[in-house]
Structure formats: structure tokens, C-alpha cells
Design a protein around this ligand. Structure first.
Ligand code: GLY
Length: 368
């Protein structure tokens, strides 16, 4: 582990240098994906007008990286900028128009609270968790993605990674509703999204009144029946946390199936192509963010050695072959946001960078 730790420490240094450099340029903007190696920015004030703009769900990740940077270095400037940006996204805590509250508020307010223990951060995190609860459709047994609550029946694999906000709120308050909604959402996801071979669907369209599934499809994957690699990664991380909190064997079995599929279907460097069933493999792009999410999720299975070993193999590969060059803004290269749309392919992705940093920190300082 010692040699590995040295490699991970160097990768974290690479990450911290980039963050420090980018901070001066970004000011109060939020990075989303790079275009030709330069961050494309989201302005927080635009979000409500452009609710379906691609980057609207991402503004918490950069804040999360600033908190991690502060935790690692204790440099005040990271903390100060994190607070400024937290205040900018805070107004979204009351909006339940979209399911992305976990992506937005967990890395920003909850990670921040765990680092500095400020009650302001905790209280905003809990309000955002309440807004997320209100998107739960009891008939479907799941949190819907977007749209009017009584008309919306769209559910997605991505929502598994909005559950950390609810688990955190449960941990802080003991409020049973946080636990119950997270549990039921995970249970429904296990039934509707996880196939027998351990691969996953991306989207299910349900009747919002009866809860019946009308059909399955994908937005970012190759086809309805294929397995979008980032969806698989969200599921692996999501079920790792479900198992950690609910301790039910069926969630562990599900997670094991998901991981087995990931490992068996991945190329030998453990970094998947954008879709496990893309027809032009190996002549197509990879998604390094799916690998970073998977590694970080696997490190959450404390005590399951095989998963820890897989996580470290993924991290080794990311550190060896996927660090973005010095003149690029991002930390990891070769991410893929949306291949079917042809956008942001073979670029850095802010969530890939966040989960990579989270996994490195966990591997060096916490779990191992
Ligand atoms: N919507 C989250 C993702 O693109 O993975």
C-alpha cells in the first residue's frame, strides 16, 4: 500500500494544483465539462431559466472539491470560496422541480458540514433533503426525476446518487421518513432497473397514478436494452450506501451483481467505454468518470476486501493513464457526458474530478 499511497498522494497534489489555478479564473462560476480542455462554465443565476440546460445539476461538485481541498490543506482560501459558492446555490434548497438535490447539496453543504461542523450548512442540507423527499411518488415507490409531481412518472438510475442526501439527513436527525424514502427508492430501483446479468437500465417511465411501469428507455446510453456505464456506476455507489445504512442482504447481493458485471465487461484497465454495449468497442470513447464513481463507491463498502481491492485497481489505472495534462483545466481526462448527443466526449467532467478526489482521499486517509 505504501507505493500506492505515494502515487495517490501525487495525484491529489496534481488535483490541488489544478483547483488552485482554476479558482482564480472561475471566480463565482461553476465548471461543468471541458471543451478542448477548458472548463465550460455555468452561472448559478441562469439555472431557473434554463432548468434543462446540461450543467444545471452539477454546481455542487466544484464546491465539494473546494471542501476536500480545504480538509487536505487547511488553506483558508478554499473554505472561503466554498462558502461564497454555497450561498449562491442555497436558494435552490426549496425547489423540488428536479431530483438533482442530492447532486447539488450533498457535495456542497453536507460534505462542508462534515469538514467544518457549521450549523448553517447542516440546516440548508436538511431543507434540501426535505425538498427531495417531496418528489417521492408513493404509488411508484420512487423519487421522480422532474416535472409536476402528480403528472410525472419518469424514474432514473441516476437518482441512486441523490440518496446520499437522505442518508446523511437520517444520520443527522434520526428522521424516519429520510430512511424510508431512500430505502423504498432503492428497493424499486432494484426491481425495475437491475437485470439478471447485473447490468442496469437507465430510465423507466411509470404511470404516476397506478405506479405501473409503461416502458424502459435511455437518454445517454446506446439503447434501451444496453448498459450505460455511468448509470452502472451510479448504481454501484448508490447500492453501496444503501447496504451500509440498511444492512439488508438483498442490497448486498444486488451490489455484488452490479460490480461483477462492471468488472467482467470492462476492458483490462478497469475504465469502461461510455456504454458497455456500444457497438463500436474498442473504437469508441471511454468514460473515466464512471470509473471514478465506481472506485469511490466501492471504498464505501467498509470491510469488504474484494471491493476495496477492485477500487484500488481502478484508482491505479486512473492515476497511471487518465490524468489530464498540465495545460488542461480538468483533473481526469477521457470523460464522456452524452455520446448520443455528441457533446462533451473525451473531455474532463466536474463530477469525475470530484469522485476521483473523494476516492483518493478515502484510500489514503480514511478507509485503508
Ligand atoms: N444526470 C447525471 C449524469 O449525466 O450522469
Amino acid at each position: 500500500m505504501d507505493d500506492r499511497k505515494e502515487v495517490y498522494k501525487l495525484a491529489l497534489e496534481h488535483a490541488l494544483n489544478k483547483i488552485e489555478k482554476n479558482m482564480d479564473v472561475l471566480k463565482d462560476s461553476f465548471p461543468f465539462v471541458t471543451i478542448n480542455g477548458k472548463w465550460e462554465l455555468c452561472k448559478e443565476e441562469d439555472w431557473d431559466l434554463n432548468i434543462f440546460k446540461d450543467g444545471y445539476w452539477c454546481n455542487g461538485f466544484w464546491i465539494g472539491m473546494l471542501w476536500l481541498a480545504y480538509r487536505l490543506t487547511k488553506k483558508d482560501k478554499f473554505k472561503k470560496r466554498a462558502y461564497v459558492l454555497c450561498r449562491l446555490i442555497e436558494p435552490r434548497k426549496n425547489s423540488n422541480k428536479i431530483h438533482d438535490l442530492g447532486f447539488l447539496f450533498y457535495p456542497s453543504f453536507c460534505v462542508g458540514y462534515e469538514v467544518v461542523k457549521d450549523e448553517y450548512l447542516k440546516s440548508v442540507g436538511l431543507t434540501a433533503a426535505d425538498s427531495l423527499l417531496s418528489r417521492f411518488n408513493d404509488k411508484i415507490g420512487a423519487i421522480t426525476v422532474s416535472g409536476e409531481l402528480d403528472k410525472s412518472g419518469l424514474i432514473a438510475i441516476d437518482t441512486m446518487m441523490n440518496l446520499p442526501l437522505l442518508w446523511w439527513a437520517y444520520e443527522k436527525t434520526g428522521g424516519r421518513r429520510y430512511y424510508d424514502v431512500a430505502y423504498r427508492h432503492a428497493f424499486t430501483t432494484m426491481q425495475y432497473f437491475v437485470r439478471d446479468d447485473g447490468s442496469t437500465y437507465h430510465i423507466a417511465e411509470c404511470d404516476p397514478n397506478s405506479g405501473q411501469v409503461r416502458g424502459k428507455t435511455t437518454l445517454q446510453g446506446y439503447s434501451a436494452e444496453s448498459c450505460w456505464s455511468r448509470g452502472q456506476a451510479w448504481a454501484i455507489y448508490g447500492f453501496a450506501l444503501v447496504y451500509r445504512h440498511a444492512k439488508k442482504k438483498e442490497f448486498l447481493i444486488t451490489a455484488e451483481k452490479l460490480v461483477e458485471y462492471y468488472i467482467v465487461t470492462c476492458p483490462s484497465d478497469h475504465v469502461p467505454y461510455w456504454d458497455f454495449n456500444a457497438p463500436d468497442i474498442p473504437n469508441t470513447v471511454k468514460d473515466s468518470s464512471a470509473a471514478a464513481i465506481t472506485a469511490s463507491g466501492l471504498l464505501k463498502f467498509r470491510g469488504k476486501k474484494e471491493f476495496g481491492d477492485i477500487a484500488l485497481n481502478i484508482l491505479d489505472s486512473l492515476c497511471k493513464c487518465y490524468l489530464a495534462e498540465e495545460d488542461k483545466d480538468g483533473i481526469l481526462k477521457q470523460g464522456c457526458f452524452n455520446k448520443p448527443k455528441g457533446t462533451d466526449v473525451d473531455e474532463s467532467l466536474i463530477w469525475g474530478d470530484f469522485y476521483f478526489m473523494e476516492a483518493l482521499t478515502e484510500a489514503i486517509y480514511i478507509g485503508k
